[in-house]
Structure formats: C-alpha cells, structure tokens
Design a protein around this ligand. Sequence first.
Ligand code: C5P
Length: 247
Amino acid sequence: MRPNSSPKILSAKQHIAFAADLPLADALQITKDIAPHVGVVKIGLSLFVEHGPKAVEAFQQLGMQIFLDLKLHDIPNTVLLATKQAAKLGVSYLTVHASGGQPMLEAALEGSSHSATPLKILAVTVLTSMDSPQLSSIGVTDSIEHQVLRLAQLAQKSGISGLVCSPLEAKNLKSTLTSKMFLCTPGIRPLGSAAGDQSRIETPSQAIKTGSDLLVIGRPISQSREPQLTASEIEREVRDALLTRGH
Ligand code: C5P
C-alpha cells in the first residue's frame, strides 16, 4: 500500500470543480467561459456513458483538470483494471465507494499509481440520498454519522487520502481522522443562489473554512445568467477563505 499522492498547495481555482451535468456541447461552452476561474471539471456517469474518454479529452483541451466521478464498486481486480484505464486518461480525481472494502480500495490505489500525472482516489462514504431506514434495509443499523466515520477510517487505513463528504461532515471528519484527509464536498451554494434539491448546503467560504479542499459546484454556475461572473465571484470568495484558513 502506498499513500495517495502527496499534498501540495493549490491555487484558488484548483479548489473549484464545475459539475458538468449538462449535454456535452453546453458544458464545454460554459467551461470555456469559466476556465479563468475554475480549474477542475467533474464528469459524471451520464456524460461518461454517453461520450466516454472523448468527453475527458474535450475538457482537457480547454486546460481543465478532470474529476471522473464514476463511483467504482466491484471486485478488486475489476477496480484495478478500471483505475489503470482512468490513469491512462490523465484524470486528476477518481471516485470509488469506500464500502467496496479494503482490498478494493487498495486495488484502486494500485491502479492510480500507473498514472503519469498525479491521480487522487476519492472515497465516497454514504450517499446523501440514503437515509436511516434505507441504511437499515441493507443491514446497517448504526447511525449515518457512525457509518460515514467507519467508512472514512476504512479508506484511511487502506491508504486513501481523499473523501467525498457533505460540507457539514467535513469539520468532524477533519478533526476525527488522524491524518490530514483531502475533502471534496458537493452541496455548495453561494449566497443568493437557489438550493434546488440540495438540503445540507454551505457557502464556498464556509466550506473552505470548515476544511473542504475541493468544492463541487454545478447549477449555481450552469444556471446563472452570467456563469463567468458567478465563477469569478466564487473564485474570489475561495481565495479570501483560503487566506483566512492559511491553506
Ligand atoms: O448542481 P449541484 O451544485 O447541486 O451539483 C452537485 C454535484 O455533486 C452533482 O454532480 C451531484 O451529483 C454531485 N453530488 C452531490 N451530492 C453527493 C454526491 C455527489 O450533489 N452526495
């Protein structure tokens, strides 16, 4: 087992990932506009199932780092093979389910080591769409908070150094986990933007101050009348918050 890539100082825009939950052409157009302020594009299952590696390449040509949100969960050998392929694409972040277990998480790390550029594996703990009754229906009778912590600790024990979590879980995870974890958080809403279907939200500034390292932001940018202006305001907010927190 080797620890997932070493920490380095990121610029403010590298802390912001645009969730490209749109048809590819529309997502590329917005990305061109916001590229001065946003460094990462999150490609989810829908775009990747439709366009495959071509979607990755298209955003890379705009100078973006890629967050491939495939939430892998399979037997270790299959995850190893898939992660090696993702590594060849030159993506920067790749998600796997922590509930796949330690051998699967170690296989993902092994696969990520085949990348020529740094590839950080991010472990997803409990999906925010799961509530307590759903968790108990799959045999987990602990509270969601305990299950999140258990899976975060399992990921850490497997050598994974990044987690996807709600911004409201970030503070607890940062203080409870022994080594410094890189935390990626969706559910970010700048002041004045619609919450949509997100219920547990924080502003970019609050999220950075409570320990988030990569903010996933979709609709506040894609549904803004002026995506570039919105992205520039988010970048400024993130830069100011990073100064307060001292990176
Ligand atoms: O548009 P919005 O900013 O809500 O987009 C958030 C992104 O983060 C979406 O791609 C969504 O699927 C993803 N996500 C989330 N909550 C999670 C995990 C991922 O909103 N717990």
